[in-house]
Design a protein around this ligand. Structure first.
Ligand SMILES: [Zn+2]
Length: 75
C-alpha cells in the first residue's frame, strides 16, 4: 500500500471505522467523534451519521484532479 497517499490511507481508515468519526457541518472536514470544536473552522455542529461520514471520507480520498471515482476505493 506504499502508493497510497496519506489522505487515501486516512480515508480508508475512516471508511473502515465510520462510527469513530463525524463530519463538521461548517467545513465538511472529518474529525474524531470525541472532538467538541472543529480544529479547522471552530464550528461545533457535527453530523455523525455513518453514511455521511463514509461518503465524505470517499470524497476526501479521491484525488480532485483525477478521474478516480470514490467507489474505486472500495474495489
Ligand atoms: Zn469545520
Amino acid at each position: 500500500m506504499a502508493d497510497l497517499t496519506e489522505r487515501q490511507q486516512r480515508a480508508t481508515e475512516i471508511v473502515a471505522h465510520p462510527t469513530k468519526y463525524k463530519v463538521c457541518e461548517g467545513c465538511e472536514s472529518i474529525v474524531v467523534i470525541q472532538t467538541n470544536t472543529c480544529p479547522n473552522c471552530h464550528g461545533y455542529r457535527f453530523d455523525d451519521d455513518v453514511q455521511r461520514v463514509v461518503s465524505q471520507a470517499k470524497l476526501l480520498g479521491s484525488r480532485p484532479q483525477s478521474s478516480v471515482r470514490p467507489d474505486d476505493l472500495l474495489s
